[in-house]
Design a protein around this ligand. Structure first.
Ligand SMILES: [Zn+2]
Ligand SMILES: [Zn+2]
Length: 255
């Protein structure tokens, strides 16, 4: 499984992109930067997109990718609530109705596929399971298992209290929200995100339940707070003796 990070931040600029990554060139997870970070040729490779929740930073490039891919049908998988938000976005006014055969494009180019939490989807050799996390709009994370049994869990945006999540998954790599530094812990709690200290508590709970710790990659960082977050994450890594890295735009990892 090759993971290519396109966007790894929670706000966009010339040097930062919104959250999105691609697995083996064809399976996209969240859609914050699919059109801004992929060439037209690469965009046509995307067959399936899994969306964690309906906040703008995770769905914003669905219409732009759809517009660039009108010759094919791209399938978007998420819970019914999230698909409702995406559907509202493509309203035939601001954006074309990509899901309809009746738009001026003449045929649907997006198919919305509702999924239920804990029901595994079999997609071209991948097993993908949505697991509810602690974030508004009924957000889910995804466990993704490749045909060769590489196991990844992406939390999407989440706050604390992930005990129920850990019981359901067994990843080798955990891609998880760390948005704020410890000094903004209150803000992280209010907005259902994590800071390094909160991540440490969640990892301790993971270890207690699973008896091991996965390799950790953090994502969704506030760009202006990078230095602080980076220093605090290395402290967590040292204390728990677990590798923790911060996802970077353009970074590729093999799993
Ligand atoms: Zn969110
Ligand atoms: Zn977000």
């Amino acid at each position: 499984m090759k993971i290519r990070f396109l966007g790894t931040h929670n706000s966009e600029s010339t040097s930062t992109r919104l959250v999105s990554f691609v697995i083996d060139e064809q399976l996209a997870i969240d859609a914050g930067s699919l059109s801004s970070e992929l060439t037209f040729a690469e965009q046509t490779q995307i067959k399936w997109i899994f969306i964690s929740h309906g906040h703008y930073d995770h769905i914003t490039t669905i219409p732009t990718l759809a517009f660039n891919n009108i010759k094919q049908l791209t399938k978007i998988y998420s819970t019914a609530r999230t698909l409702e938000f995406i559907s509202r976005l493509m309203d035939g006014v601001v954006y074309p109705e990509f899901t309809s055969d009746d738009s001026y494009l003449g045929k649907a180019t997006i198919q919305l596929v509702p999924i239920e939490p804990y029901v595994t989807q079999q997609i071209d050799g991948y097993e993908i399971t949505a697991v509810p996390v602690n974030h508004p709009l009924q957000a889910v994370g995804f466990e993704i298992i490749s045909a060769k049994d590489s196991r990844l869990f992406y939390s999407g945006d989440t706050g604390t209290g992930l005990r129920n999540v850990w019981e359901k998954i067994s990843p080798q790599v955990l891609i998880i929200d760390v948005t704020f530094p410890n000094r903004l812990k209150n803000m992280a709690e209010d907005a259902n995100h994590l800071c390094p200290e909160m991540l440490m508590e969640e990892l301790i709970s993971f270890n207690r339940i699973k008896g091991y710790l996965p390799k950790v990659i953090t994502i969704h960082m506030s760009p202006q707070l990078e230095a602080e977050i980076t220093e605090e994450l290395s402290e967590v890594s040292r204390r728990l003796e677990v590798p923790i890295s911060i996802a970077r735009e353009g970074q590729e990892i093999n799993l």
